[in-house]
Ligand binder design. Structure first.
Ligand SMILES: [Zn+2]
Length: 176
């Protein structure tokens, strides 16, 4: 997940929404990528989709692969994981609004699709969420729209942290 966070930080530097992904098979990193929607002018160029699509992966068995991604995947990326027959997903922070694993939808855990993906969530959650919060804060003069639900999961109720709760940081926007 630390490698995925490095990719996310790189995306941040490039002006992209900071999400990173790393694909691991048998303990070996076989692909790593970051969100590149703007750079590629491709609305589907999410970090996890790019990592799953890396040419180097084609000769490997994705059904033995674990994908690490810094944010809960969207519906498109969760669908790609089902199609790739990914074995396991590990993600960092929740996406309350668009997450398609545990929040807006539960695409990886239901019985309707023909493949289930093992899921572990909350790994380096605070770091993953903080990067997103900083990005949207810097881009919108303090407005945090896309990850506005994250305060329910990250930072606000942790113990021992030195960061103020997101709800305090976002008080102007946190109308609900
Ligand atoms: Zn996605």
């Amino acid at each position: 997940m630390k490698l995925a966070l490095q990719e996310a930080a790189q995306a941040f530097e490039e002006g992209e929404v900071p999400v990173g992904a790393v694909l691991v098979i048998n303990g070996k990193v076989v692909a790593r990528d970051r969100n590149q929607r703007e750079a590629l002018s491709d609305p589907t160029a999410h970090a996890e989709r790019l990592a799953l699509s890396a040419p180097v992966v084609s000769s490997w068995h994705r059904d033995e692969a674990t994908l690490y991604v810094t944010k809960e995947p969207c519906a498109m990326c969760a669908g790609a994981m089902v199609n790739a027959r990914l074995k396991r997903l590990v993600y960092g922070c929740a996406d309350v609004r668009y997450g398609a694993v545990d929040n807006a939808y539960n695409l990886l855990k239901g019985d309707k699709l023909n493949h289930r993906v093992e899921v572990t969530s909350g790994v380096l959650e605070a770091e993953c969420a903080e990067l997103l919060r900083r990005f949207f804060s810097s881009r919108r003069g303090g407005r945090v729209v896309e990850c506005g639900g994250l305060e329910n999961r990250c930072g606000g109720d942790s113990t021992g942290g030195s960061n103020p709760p997101l709800s305090a940081t976002l008080s102007n926007e946190n109308s609900d």
